[in-house]
Design a protein around this ligand. Structure first.
Ligand SMILES: Cc1cc2nc3c(=O)[nH]c(=O)nc-3n(C[C@H](O)[C@H](O)[C@H](O)COP(=O)(O)OP(=O)(O)OC[C@H]3O[C@@H](n4cnc5c(N)ncnc54)[C@H](O)[C@@H]3O)c2cc1C
Ligand code: FES
Length: 282
């Protein structure tokens, strides 16, 4: 009798190093103990996610911010509760578990020949980072690429080194904004919600032949969708990821269901047209 593989069994990962992003958010660089697992995992698509288990604490879903075209594997995680706090306590050399990649991911090859507009708020840049780096690696396959990114304050802007590199090295237009600036903040950029960047001189978002990626907190999502629709975007050309409570990640437990859709297997990437059809109130 052939025993089938246990889909819930995580593979052992080793933490290499940890870097600070913003308050309560760190990036964890890691690799699988077994080299063949590393090779297999590196076939993931931008927008997919993995289940991360911290032994003795539990398991949680996490996006994959690296592009499959990058050498290193890492997660960027905000500490909110017991599992994420347990990950934040790990030290280089410590072991934890990873299973995946799961979900559909963004169909980046379907977007060849198109303009790409990335709109992110706060830690919504985590899943989009993978797509942006992927698009850079295949720069000649896409037309204009724009990134619009906003956070509450200058201290809450993530991946700042990446954002500067993308803009200077690669012909990507990056526009940043913050909701407010504190007395000690060094910031001479735009102040306002992320949608206010759309009106800046030169932004000139192309609507025809363009895919808009939107990830961020629900309030930002609602306003940005409104702005994009009023610019003339069709609902099927706006894509996002849905974050839902997940347990198994593989379409078995039903925790992530919205109506008849399993977010873990049919998503987490959906067009706005699909999100509306699901009846999802973001
Ligand atoms: C597909 C997917 C990708 C994700 N990617 C990332 C990522 O890249 N980086 C990151 O920091 N976080 C990400 N998250 C969120 C992350 O999974 C949760 O923060 C984590 O599960 C919290 O676990 P915990 O045990 O630390 O907190 P818990 O003790 O489980 O919860 C603490 C608090 O967070 C809330 N919470 C927990 N999970 C969620 C959730 N899924 N959605 C909304 N609220 C939640 C709880 O209601 C509670 O208030 C992702 C979630 C999903 C579904
Ligand atoms: S998380 Fe179990 S079915 Fe989706």
């Amino acid at each position: 009798m052939q025993l089938s593989e246990n889909v819930y069994l995580p593979k052992t990962a080793i933490l290499d190093r940890v870097t600070d992003e913003i308050a309560d958010v760190k990036t964890f660089y890691w690799h699988f103990e077994d080299e063949s697992e590393q090779k297999a995992f590196k076939k993931f698509k931008p927008g997919q996610f993995a289940q991360v288990s911290i032994f003795g604490a539990g398991e949680f879903p996490a996006s994959l911010p690296p592009s499959p075209t990058e050498d290193e594997t890492f997660f960027t995680i905000r500490t909110v509760g017991s599992c994420t706090a347990a990950l934040h306590r790990l030290k280089p050399g410590d072991r934890f578990g990873v299973r995946g990649p799961y979900g559909n991911g963004f169909p980046m090859e379907d977007y060849y020949g198109k303009n790409l507009v990335f709109v992110a708020g706060g830690i919504g840049l985590i899943p989009l980072r993978s797509c942006i780096v992927y698009a850079l690696k295949h720069r000649d396959k896409y037309e204009r690429i724009q990134v619009f990114y906003g956070s509450k304050s200058p201290r809450e802007l993530m991946y700042m080194t990446n954002l500067r590199d993308w803009e200077t090295a690669s012909g990507i237009e990056c526009r940043l904004t913050v909701d407010r600036k504190g007395p000690d903040d060094v910031w001479d950029g735009n102040i306002g919600v992320v949608g206010s960047l759309f009106k800046l001189p030169g932004a000139n978002i192309p609507v025809d032949n363009t895919i808009a990626f939107v990830c961020g907190p629900p309030i930002m999502f609602r306003f940005v969708i409104k702005d994009l629709l009023s610019l003339g975007f069709q609902e099927r050309n706006i894509v996002s990821t849905l974050e839902r409570y997940m347990k198994c990640g593989v379409g078995k437990c039903g925790h992530c269901c919205i109506g008849v859709a399993y977010v873990c297997t049919e998503g987490p990437v959906f067009t706005y047209e699909q999100i509306k059809q699901l009846g999802e109130d973001i």
